[in-house]
Design a binder for this molecule. Sequence first.
Ligand code: HMG
Ligand code: MG
Length: 329
Amino acid sequence: MSSNTTGHDGLPSSSTDADRTADAGDVVITDVMLRDGLQNQPTHVSLDGKLLLLRALAAAGVRSAEITSFVSPKAVPQMADAAELMRATAQMPMRLSVLAPNLKGLERAAAAGASEVAIVLSATDTMNRRNINMGLDEALRVSLQTLGAAIDLGLRTRAYVAVAFECPFEGRTPAARVRELAVPLLEAGANEIVIADTIGAAAPGEVRRLLDALLPVLPVARVGMHFHDTRGMGVANAFAALQMGIRRLDASTGGVGGCPFAPGASGNVATEDLVLMAEQSGYRTGISLPGLVAAVDLVENLLGSTHGGGAMPWLRRMAAQRRTEPLTA
Ligand code: HMG
Ligand code: MG
């Protein structure tokens, strides 16, 4: 049980707060702001800026984060400092994941000291070609090969199935396809299968239907969900997933992000929105909302642009009030 629980006003409170609903269990939130969030940003964030962001996330109580990608710096210039960032974070008290979609990425990640890697397999041929320059069959083969090699190195692994609801090029994705791809990734030993709504096209009923198709063949404890918030459904989708028993959710502080290779993909569901919804619904995230407000302020300063989920104006007002109130014992 974390000491960082938050009350309905978004401020730290005791876990015995009478207003809290019944304890619904722990939720692991992986903050992907440094990877998914920054990969699409036109403003370059320096290594020092990234370290400041990561420290702000750690100070807010985030315990799992995906921080960079070992991909071609020509394809994603913002991730060119992946090895330096990895080495500089060796002492961080967090679970840190990095994206490594092929063997070359894995070799670079392992050499830089990564202990957890993520591969990304898209559910359609065109999305794989646009993202990692290979068709679906080759992408599955390379993903399994990279996963196997990561496991042999003793690394923890996450395996994304991207465009699991809709592909910007091929339209709606059949649930059977997602299942056909997720099962071999699981059988190859991926610790976590992350079902991703890359372009934020899902609605809660579809989340339930896809999970209905997946959970008979995937252990719920090993399934994570990764929602983008393009149509404002991210929090509702995450709640649907929680109700189906999912306890691993990705989110990006400030809602920063989007995939450069998937037209129309906007940022991930904001970590602050997800934490507020989850805590107020009785789940424990261990993440402090005032801490996230400080992290969003920092990311805005570094990017020179405005960010924050739907709850951010209210959270900012609460945080400001708290700063002006006299401290009491
Ligand atoms: P490629 O051109 O097909 O690779 O790129 P290649 O094997 O033909 O090699 C070409 C050059 O790239 C060679 O260098 C390789 O060494 C180099 P050269 O000889 O020309 O100097 N190369 C690499 N360099 C660094 N790291 C590597 C690597 N691999 C080859 N790992 C590649 C294939 C995957 C590298 C390229 O297509 C790429 O970098 N794509 C970017 C993928 C990416 O970062 N996408 C965004 C993240 S995915 C996402 O956001 C979705 C997600 O959030 C879930 C969701 O929301 O759905 C995860
Ligand atoms: Mg994503």
